[in-house]
Write a protein that binds this ligand. Structure first.
Ligand SMILES: N[C@@H](CCC(=O)N[C@@H](CS)C(=O)NCC(=O)O)C(=O)O
Length: 208
């Protein structure tokens, strides 16, 4: 099988399973025991010098960083369906909000939760209220980031929203909860959750 995902269900690799299910491709899950520190072994550090999951390999190509994995998979396996083509004007919003999740939402919510001291003008994630406003703007065009059409941007952006809501790091504004519920109804997400749960069961790990 050409696609291998180095995976643990308690990591962002769980969301990559959703990406793969949306693409409808075959893939192998290779369990990495985070609790035993297997992600720090030589083989995995050679693939990802950060010593972190997820790592995806595809016929020798190595992709790390969840958002990069999402964009890679959508371009390669679902261009025109989950990713607007490069000459499609929707590509702008697609890229914009796909990158907003890891570069603004994640650090912005971490900064708030951990009460980091930083200068808003120097930190890329800026001001918390501005970030909340931008997130609502992103969701103001319809059911999904691109309006009526679901795209891989919703897995990246929406996956972050769902995770942050679950751990109460993001205010449960109705717009976020409704979006999260819409995403939760997707068969591909449900298949991914089943697959992640099966891995937990196989390894005798209690669900979180
Ligand atoms: N920016 C990376 C973050 C990767 C990351 O932090 N992975 C966590 C699990 S979600 C991890 O491997 N933690 C174990 C460690 O750092 O030792 C991404 O989006 O993929």
């Amino acid at each position: 099988m050409s696609i291998v995902l180095y995976h643990h269900p308690f990591s962002r690799a769980a969301t990559v399973v959703w990406m793969l299910e949306e693409c409808g491709v075959d893939y192998e899950l290779r369990f990495v025991d985070l609790m035993k520190g297997e992600h720090k072994n030589d083989e995995l550090v050679a693939l990802n010098p950060m010593g972190k999951l997820p790592i995806l390999t595809d016929d020798g190509a190595v992709v790390t960083e969840s958002a990069a994995i999402a964009l890679y998979l959508a371009d390669r396996y679902a261009l025109g369906r989950l990713a607007p083509a490069p000459d499609d004007p929707k590509r702008a919003a697609y890229l914009r909000w796909s990158l907003f999740a890891p570069t603004v939402i994640e650090p912005g919510l971490m900064a708030k939760a951990a009460a980091w001291a930083y200068k808003e003008t120097q930190a890329g994630w800026g001001n918390y209220d501005a970030m909340l406003g931008a997130m609502q703007t992103a969701l103001s065009h319809g059911d999904f980031i691109l309006g009526d059409a679901f795209s891989m941007a919703d897995v990246v952006f929406g996956g972050t929203v769902r995770y942050m809501l679950r751990f109460q790091m993001l205010e449960a504004l109705p717009v976020f909860s409704a979006y999260s519920d819409r995403l939760g109804a997707r068969p591909a997400l449900q298949r991914a959750e089943e697959r992640n749960a099966a891995v937990l069961k196989e390894h005798g790990i209690e669900p979180s």
